[in-house]
Design a protein around this ligand. Structure first.
Ligand SMILES: Cc1cc2nc3c(=O)[nH]c(=O)nc-3n(C[C@H](O)[C@H](O)[C@H](O)COP(=O)(O)OP(=O)(O)OC[C@H]3O[C@@H](n4cnc5c(N)ncnc54)[C@H](O)[C@@H]3O)c2cc1C
Length: 452
């Protein structure tokens, strides 16, 4: 309902950093800027400012760059992304342009290239999957229509309950609806249906061209973006004092001063008040921070001695009796040529599993794989597990539209405070929140606000 023409918006921004001409940069250049955070948004802002002649220091709390784009090289023959994996929609996507620029090898994946297994482990026919999808889409359409009758927002779950007698559904129908909601909505937006805004949960622009993954991981993009920048690692920002005279940033290691600051702290960090703003942030900014939700999407990579799943599919779906339990797996053989599967969990189930031991997480994933492929499948030789909600440098995976949030909320997130405090990061992007390209574009925007 509220999809907008984001092409217009894309055209108003240079798509790749450094798009400021040399003459322009000499004319405007000057001033010192601190960028907090070396994720996609911070690196984009820093490169654009440097190209415009500013002196830029990037302060990063972790001992690595990239933030929520993080390629693990724990398995030397298979670099794997623990955070973002895909370029979502490769056409007119600035990350595609960067990938070309940095010579990043990519593999196309298709979420329709999917096989779905039922709770008994049996594969469903394509017709069956299609009819489940059609039925669930109708349910969601009705729920949206009902919710839109009122200006007062409710959760997606309440909107569904208002238009559907959930108790009247058979056990099978209920499991299928839960699977559809988890696999297509909660995994995309990382929030639970009980937390997502019925009005705006899917209010994101979509780019065409399908999805691509990086053979060598998002690291190629991050390393390319970071080239030549002054990045200080292990500088955990504790306080940002700002005012007419400029800005003072206090970190775990010292104090830094500048004329202006670009804050790319993730929404989860802002929600936890982990960094003190002096003076405190304006009320409108605080309201925006509380209205958006910080979602959870976690990954379990399992490495096996051999492949035992059908490698012609990109995705393996699983309908469980418990909502969200290992509902989506990616066949990583296509990407790595190694016998590796990636299990996703999101929202409520992800929050629950983060509390478990690694062993329990692996056993839980394996129980599902055994149900589908039989007890004789080999045990995994190794695993890699993420816990994004517990990560003190993000406290979650990415933002979602909480009940009461609207596109205006993103505008408030992005709005500068005075002429010293500027904001970037995925949660500040109105059209593409929750993505690397949204984060990247937000960094370009914040830099342009400073450059003027
Ligand atoms: C599991 C998962 C899967 C995803 N999948 C995709 C995908 O396939 N495609 C896609 O487009 N997007 C995906 N995303 C979303 C994408 O990763 C993010 O939207 C994007 O990377 C955010 O970039 P950012 O610059 O806004 O934030 P970040 O990358 O988080 O950068 C912020 C930086 O600030 C630093 N920081 C935090 N606190 C402090 C502090 N106190 N002091 C100093 N530094 C601090 C952090 O360490 C971090 O480096 C995924 C995310 C996750 C977690």
């Amino acid at each position: 309902m509220k999809r907008r023409d984001f092409t217009q918006m894309m055209l108003t921004l240079p798509l790749v950093f450094g798009a400021v001409s040399k003459a322009e940069s000499l004319q405007r250049g000057g001033g010192k800027v601190i960028v907090i955070g070396a994720g996609a948004s911070g690196l984009a802002a820093a490169q654009t400012l440097v190209a415009a002649g500013y002196t830029v220091q990037v302060l990063e709390g972790r001992d690595r760059i990239g933030g929520r784009t993080w390629t693990s090289q724990y398995w030397a023959d298979a670099p794997l992304d623990m955070g973002a994996s895909w370029i979502h929609g490769i056409e007119k996507n600035p990350i595609s342009a960067l990938a070309d620029k940095f010579g990043a090898k990519r593999v196309h994946t298709d979420e329709e290239n999917l096989i779905v297994y039922g709770p008994n482990g049996q594969a469903l026919s394509d017709d069956r999957v299609e009819s489940i999808e059609e039925r669930c889409e109708k349910i969601l359409k009705r729920a949206r229509k009902e919710a839109d009758k009122s200006d007062d927002d409710i959760s997606l779950q309440d909107a569904i309950a208002a238009t559907l007698n959930l108790k009247g559904l058979s056990k099978e129908e209920r499991q299928q609806l839960d699977f559809y909601i988890n696999n297509t909505i909660e995994q995309d937006y990382a929030g639970a249906a009980s937390e997502l805004s019925a009005h705006y949960y899917d209010d994101q622009g979509e780019l065409d061209g399908g999805d691509e993954m990086f053979v060598d991981g998002y690291k190629t993009i991050v390393d390319g973006l970071a080239k030549g920048l002054d990045i200080r690692l292990k500088q955990v920002v504790k306080q940002i004092s700002y005012g007419r005279g400029g800005v003072t940033v206090t970190t775990s290691q010292g104090t830094f001063t500048a004329d202006k600051v670009v804050v790319t702290l993730p929404l989860g960090v802002l929600k936890k008040n982990a960094v003190q703003f002096v003076p405190p942030l304006p009320e409108q900014k605080k309201t925006a921070i509380s209205l958006l939700g910080m979602g959870v999407l976690d990954k379990l990579y399992l490495r096996f001695p051999k492949v035992f799943w059908p490698t012609k599919y990109d995705w393996l779906g699983y309908i469980d009796e418990q909502k969200g339990r290992w509902s989506g797996w990616v066949n990583c053989y296509k990407l790595t040529k190694q016998p590796i599967l990636l299990g996703f969990n999101s929202a409520d189930f992800a929050k629950e599993t983060e509390k478990w031991s690694d062993k329990d997480i692996i056993n839980s994933g394996m129980a599902v794989l055994k149900k589908i492929y039989g007890n004789s499948i080999p045990a995994p030789t190794d695993a890699q597990i993420t816990r994004w909600a517990a990560d003190p440098f993000t406290f979650g995976s990415y933002s979602f539209m909480g009940v009461g949030a609207s596109p205006k909320t993103h505008e408030q997130m992005a709005k500068p405070v005075g002429d010293t405090l500027f904001f970037a990061g995925e949660a500040t992007h109105k059209v593409h929140p929750g993505t690397v390209h949204g984060a990247y574009l937000s960094g370009l925007r914040a830099a342009r606000e400073i450059i003027g």
